[in-house]
Design a protein around this ligand. Structure first.
Ligand code: AMP
Length: 380
């Protein structure tokens, strides 16, 4: 039998997500090229890098010429760039998924159109929108930039009409106001859809943020009723079918009074799925690459609980982390800088108590003021 030609995968973005896509895709025989405007991309060691802005036509032409399929690890790629590529090479997830996630208002409207519950919301552009928006949301309200917000940036919680007006002045126009949800927990689901429409799901993951940045994930989310998992899979399936989606889709959810409210989604592999590298028998990264390159998806088996702790701002000693039972260090080859995601530690173990004990040891090695390790359910 002859050797199969490698599939050449182009990735828009060369950050840590691109790095981990390649780490999991190279064993499948694939080769990677990254389009990345920034210097020293974390994915640089894993493939060729085209160093150019996302709207550079020569660079896009090169990616189209050198790739059999293009995917992305960064969703704020200009729609025109994705459309240009899609005329020349398969782009998966389909560019319409970018359109649906780049604007928080369009995203929430799509959830609503599909019958998926969300916090009440209203567009907020001018002072004339303030009263109708606050009537829809009530106070407190969360006011967010519709576009280019991430990790809690471009957001404010308004507890009064005056505070909402100030947030509009500071952040507007182009905002969305949402009801402040007093959720019990933040959860996410990593869903995958193949080119043939087949679907697989990872167990709901419980996420803990600080200052808008994900700090810790636990999977499967603790004390979770099977009906909640079913509900999450069902809503994720509806979104993926609507978009004729191919690849990993991550959906961030609030659990509130036993219900799931959709907050936002990402058309890519997601930080809350990093635990799958060690806690599942197939990672979100491999399943994404399988989907994009037309290989069969694998239904993940998750034999035991797992945790993921982000490394932010400063690096812990590798030897100290490696000495903790069940700790798996993943570094992104990034220079330390305050607030920057530099890596993560996955923790596996035979049971929740063992994972928790190791997570506490790893917490102690991470810099900064650390939150008390969260118990199962708590108020967000
Ligand atoms: P987002 O950028 O939408 O993911 O928001 C960042 C974080 O802010 C979320 O992970 C929540 O912790 C919090 N948050 C966002 N929207 C709301 C909301 N409507 N009610 C309460 N908290 C929220």
């Amino acid at each position: 039998m002859g050797r199969e030609a490698p599939v050449r995968v182009g990735v828009l973005g060369g950050g840590q997500l691109g790095r981990m896509l390649a780490l999991e895709g190279i064993p499948l025989g694939h080769r990677f090229t990254f389009l990345e405007p920034g210097p020293d991309p974390p994915a640089g060691a894993l493939g060729a890098v085209v160093a150019a802005p996302y709207d550079d036509l020569d660079a896009l032409a090169r990616i189209a010429g050198e790739a059999d399929v293009v995917t992305y690890e960064f969703e704020n790629v200009p729609a025109a760039s994705a459309a240009y590529l899609a005329e020349r090479v398969p782009v998966l997830p389909p560019p319409r998924a970018l359109g649906a996630t780049q604007d928080r208002l369009a995203e929430k409207q799509m959830f609503q159109d599909l019958g998926i519950p969300t916090a009440p919301f209203h567009p907020l552009d001018t002072a004339a929108d303030l009263d109708p928006a606050l009537t829809a949301t009530a106070l407190p309200a969360v006011i967010k930039a519709r576009r280019f917000g991430y990790d809690g940036k471009g957001q404010a919680v308004a507890r009064s009409r005056a505070a909402a007006a100030a947030a509009l002045d500071a952040l507007g126009p182009g905002l969305i106001a949402e009801r402040f949800v007093r959720f019990e927990r933040e959860l996410s689901i990593i869903a995958v859809r193949g080119r043939d429409g087949s679907r697989v799901f990872y167990p709901l993951t419980e996420n803990h943020h600080r200052d808008g940045i994900l700090r810790a994930s636990y999977a499967p989310a603790r004390e979770t009723a099977p009906a909640l998992q079913t509900a999450a899979e069902e809503l994720a399936g509806r979104i993926m079918d609507q978009l004729d989606y191919v690849g990993v889709l991550a959906i961030e959810l609030f659990e509130s009074e036993g219900r799931l409210l959709a907050n936002e989604m990402a058309p890519r592999v997601h930080n809350s799925g990093h635990w799958t590298l060690d806690g599942a028998d197939i990672s979100q990264f491999e399943n994404h690459i399988r989907a994009a390159t037309g290989l069969p998806l694998a239904r993940p088996a998750v034999p035991a609980p797992a945790a993921m702790l982000n490394i932010i701002g400063e690096l812990p000693g590798a030897a100290a982390v490696a000495a903790v039972p069940g700790a798996h260090l993943h570094l992104y080859d990034k220079a330390p800088r305050p607030g920057r995601k530099l890596g993560h530690v996955n923790i596996t173990g035979p049971d929740e108590a063992a994972v928790r004990a190791s997570a506490e040891q790893v917490w102690a090695l991470l810099p900064g003021e650390l939150p008390v390790l969260p118990a199962g359910r708590r108020r967000g």
